[in-house]
Design a protein around this ligand. Structure first.
Ligand code: BGC
Length: 760
């Protein structure tokens, strides 16, 4: 009885919050603190132009260690900084460079307001961690937080105070290249991972010299680009918006106190995110009381013209500012038009005051007014970049990120004395691709290659087999030139495979196959790699396929033929060492897929937590299926094997007397080695006023079990897990029957059910 009352109370509280919100620009009920007073004090001294200046962000435009710019756009930007008309810079990297630029703002402007320096520190600064999607596969929140902490330590040592990370866009579309930057398809996992990353970046004390402000991006819906094409239209229903897309952002604000939020390039149901008042004013700053600031995405204010939402740059400035986009990244809209817009009455000065106050507040919180050069210590930079502790941590993270997809007849782990090992594939020797995309500060070709890692364990022989790209001289800005024709090296690889006992094939994507603007319409192994795999298979079936990629791939043929498959993503600086540790059994893999792997591109978007259709199954042809493809995925969400096995028994649900529903199950390590298992809990709300998914992750725990050991795992379900958002954006919990499943992935496990009685 008491339990149900608690659920009721929680429900009422949740609804009350929804009703109590206002759409005020700045929440009135936040206690004004010391920083607020300082902000107001400073604002009172600023001219309109200076306040607008705080809302302007430019990318680095000259090498501050060289002569000052004397012409063109660079000169203009330089003059504006000197006049205090710029609030922030991005892409100025290095303690010395940042100091030099900060000196201009502090010493040469009227009020000496320091700049805030931002950079895309996505998965490491110099010491590179696995790409974010890979890290999410670890389901290890502590390790993920630590990884972000290390990135912050190194980035802050290079002068940065702010990262444009984490990307917390949920995405169900493997064609979208930016899935590599997020935590995959699931809102529950994505929320937890996002919160961990923000905590890692921001630490306990934002004013410390080794913590940086984080950015929750991209607000909102960017991961739902139609047909997986980057920048494309986003048109989603309210239930998806409230239940799938928004919760990670809400948690970023309410649980992790994220300091900034980036809006996005896309339109959301016809309105560009940058000019979207509903998203930025009503929800983010209104309902959620966000007190940091909103940064636009690169040029996204100007892009509203192409979207057909703004007539010209002036109109874009007006619409973006009024909608709550506080800082303009590289659109030149605010710097050129906001002052005039205020004078003409198109934008109220209170909008400018609010935006400038929000930005100044974060600068105060970072401690930039106390010491604008706190991140600019060259000695500290030297000491911390590539620190051995950081390499140890990213190695640990890399091992934890791998997912064992297949291991027929326990071909893995390889025995220590294993002889005649062939290694095939361009990516095996690649020291660059493991660094992934979005590695602004990383030095090219600095990862440990798979070959280098393996050589520490065994005497291996290598044949490339085929080049992946025709031109390896590639970067963030260039299109890839994939080798689609040259098979001249096949023969050598096939001959090597023929005389070897085991063949390790390292295949997949180049670093720049995923990331921004890297959408793909095909999800197989690029170029001639599939053919190479099949040619090698003809002479030696003992293949261990190591996949290196930034997104789910349709590796259906490999799954049918190749005995062992390891998903090794792009694992960062220590990639090769981590992979070798897994292949030789020094580390027992425990990663689980954060995204469903499709059998073919036609299945995309494919995700585990879909709604049921009215025709889920049938003997006749009239049900939800393809005539030429299975309905099941190749590998489901949450899937991943280990070198040991786990048995689940004794599912028990207690929904009677406790204050919440508790669900327990026993998990036994039934194999011969110790191993870790991510125990997953899913629920289904059978009947609801807005139909709920067939399954939803609502809990997980990573446990380590010695061989033969059994552990009981307990999950607690409260209103937070059992409720959902209706189409008015209100969080509700409805009584009724719930199914509950505990298992090793989203498709296998023990099932039970319980009644949620709310009437008491
Ligand atoms: C991306 C953002 C990124 C920004 C700054 C944009 O193209 O969409 O995620 O933070 O550039 O580099």
């Amino acid at each position: 009885m008491k339990k149900s009352m608690k659920l009721n109370v929680l429900l009422v509280a949740a609804m009350a919050t929804v009703i109590a919100v206002t759409t005020a620009f700045i929440s009135q009920d936040k206690p004004s603190d010391e920083i607020d007073a300082k902000v107001q004090d400073l604002l009172a001294k600023m001219t309109l132009e200076e306040k607008i200046g705080q809302m302007v962000q430019y990318t680095g435009f000259w090498d501050v260690t060289g002569p000052t710019p004397s012409e063109g756009q660079s000169k203009r930007k330089y003059e504006q900084i000197k006049k205090g008309l710029v609030g922030s810079m991005l892409n100025v990297n290095g303690a010395e460079r940042v100091r030099k630029m900060q000196e201009i703002a502090v010493n040469e402007t009227r009020l000496g307001i320091p700049l805030i320096f931002g950079l895309d520190v996505i998965h490491g600064q110099k010491t590179m961690a696995p790409i974010p999607l890979a890290e999410a596969a670890s389901w290890d929140l502590e390790a993920i937080e630590k990884s972000a902490r290390i990135a912050a330590i190194e980035a802050s040592a290079m002068g940065q105070n702010w990262t444009f990370a984490p990307m917390i866009d949920i995405s169900r579309d493997a064609r979208w290249g930016r899935v590599m930057e997020g935590a995959g398809e699931d809102t529950y996992l994505g929320t937890k991972v996002g919160v961990a990353r923000i905590k890692g970046f921001q630490g306990d004390d934002l004013s410390a010299n080794n913590t940086i402000a984080a950015t929750a991006k991209h607000f909102a819906g960017y991961g739902f680009a139609e047909s997986g094409k980057d920048y494309n239209t986003v048109d989603v229903g309210l239930s998806t918006l409230y239940n799938v897309i928004l919760p990670p952002f809400k948690a970023a604000v309410e649980e992790a106190d994220v300091k900034t939020v980036m809006n996005s390039f896309n339109t959301l149901n016809g309105i560009p995110a940058t000019g979207n008042k509903f998203l930025q004013r009503d929800i983010l700053k209104g309902k959620w009381n966000f007190d940091g600031f909103v940064i636009s995405d690169w040029g996204s204010a100007a892009e509203m013209i192409n979207h057909g939402y703004a007539a010209d740059l002036k109109d874009a400035a007006v619409k973006a500012a009024n909608a709550g986009s506080d800082m303009d990244m590289e659109s030149y809209a605010y710097v050129d038009y906001l002052k005039g817009a205020v004078e003409e009455g198109l934008v109220d000065e209170s909008v400018i005051d609010e935006a400038a106050a929000r930005i100044l507040r974060v600068k105060f919180e970072l401690g930039l007014f106390d010491d604008p050069y706190k991140y600019c210590d060259v000695a500290r930079e030297k000491e911390l970049l590539h620190h051995p502790d950081h390499h140890a941590a990213v190695l640990d993270m890399a091992r934890k990120s791998m997912v064992l997809l297949k291991n027929e007849n326990n071909i893995l782990p390889l025995k220590k004395g294993q002889k005649k090992i062939a290694v095939i594939g361009d990516l095996a020797a690649d020291k660059d691709s493991p660094l992934g995309n979005w590695r602004m500060s990383a030095d090219a070709n600095t990862a440990v290659s798979v070959l280098e890692g393996l050589e520490k364990y065994a005497d291996v022989k290598y044949a490339r087999g085929a080049k992946l790209l025709n031109d390896n001289n590639t970067n963030f800005f260039t299109e890839l030139d994939v080798n689609e024709t040259d098979k001249s090296e096949f023969k050598e690889a096939v001959q090597l495979a023929k005389k070897s006992e085991v063949v390790i094939m390292v295949l997949g994507e180049n670093a720049y196959h995923s990331g921004e603007a890297r959408s793909r319409s095909k999800l197989g192994l690029p170029g001639v790699q599939q053919e190479l795999l099949e040619e090698v298979y003809k002479v030696n079936k003992n293949i261990v396929l190591v996949l290196m990629n930034g997104r789910p791939l349709t590796i259906t043929w490999a799954d049918e033929h190749v005995p062992a498959i390891v998903e090794a993503w792009q694992l960062g600086s220590q990639s090769g060492n981590a992979i070798a540790d897994v292949l030789f059994g020094a580390y027992n893999p425990a990663g689980k897929l954060p995204m469903t792997f499709p059998r073919s591109v036609g299945q995309v978007p494919i995700y585990y937590n879909h709604l049921n259709s009215g025709r889920p199954t049938s003997d006749a042809i009239f049900w939800v299926h393809y005539m030429d493809e299975e309905v099941t995925p190749l590998y489901p969400f949450g899937y991943g094997l280990s070198y040991t096995t786990f048995e689940y028994t004794d599912l028990k649900v207690n929904a009677e007397d406790a204050e919440a529903v508790t669900v327990t199950a026993s998990v036994k390590n039934t194999g011969e080695v110790a191993g870790e298992e991510v125990v997953q809990l899913y629920i289904r709300d059978r009947v609801a006023s807005v139909a709920r998914p067939v399954k939803e992750l609502k809990g997980f725990e990573k446990i380590k079990l010695a061989a033969g050991e059994t552990r009981t795992v307990t999950f607690t379900l409260t209103a937070k897990e059992l409720g959902f958002y209706n189409n008015n954006g209100e969080f509700i919990v409805e009584p009724g029957t719930f199914d509950v499943m505990i298992g090793t992935n989203s498709a296998e496990g023990l099932a039970g059910s319980f009644e949620l009685k709310q009437s008491l």
